[in-house]
Design a protein. Structure first.
Length: 136
């Protein structure tokens, strides 16, 4: 999916644009989905692709929605992130390259991974709900 930054600004709210397109990070415990316990699917707010299932969400104590794995490994790409004092692994939406969050090797089994995502990068749809409609 290729869009100009002007198109992204027209489609996304300013907050979502900051998170998804400018690699922003929400404040811990001050975001919409960190404590969501409903069953359902978390979709990319950039593309509408399914990313995470609530069965793989867990309370990490970090204040951000955390998952042990994506629904499909092809739904996300992992990139080296060297913008802070220590290297991290950035998680981006595979269709648009939009920033979702980071993955860390301190999660529970069976994967041992913590996909720490920004709520604004996700759209939660309760079980049985219709997937989000994102302009293509």
């Amino acid at each position: 999916m290729t869009r100009s930054e002007e198109e992204w600004q027209d489609i996304l709210s300013p907050h979502r644009y900051y998170i998804l397109r400018q690699d922003g990070t929400e404040r811990a415990f001050d975001n919409a989905l960190w404590n969501n316990k409903e069953r359902g699917i978390y979709y990319s707010a950039a593309t509408g692709e399914p990313l995470f299932h609530s069965d793989d969400k867990y309370e990490s104590g970090t204040g951000w929605p955390s998952f042990t794995k994506p629904i499909n490994p092809e739904a996300v790409h992992l990139l080296g992130d060297f913008t802070l004092f220590a290297p991290r692994v950035e998680v981006v939406d595979s269709k648009s390259g939009s920033h979702l969050g980071h993955v860390f090797p301190d999660g529970p089994q069976p994967t041992g991974l913590r996909y720490c995502m920004n709520s604004a990068a996700l759209i939660f749809v309760p079980e049985g709900g219709e997937p989000p409609k994102i302009p293509q």
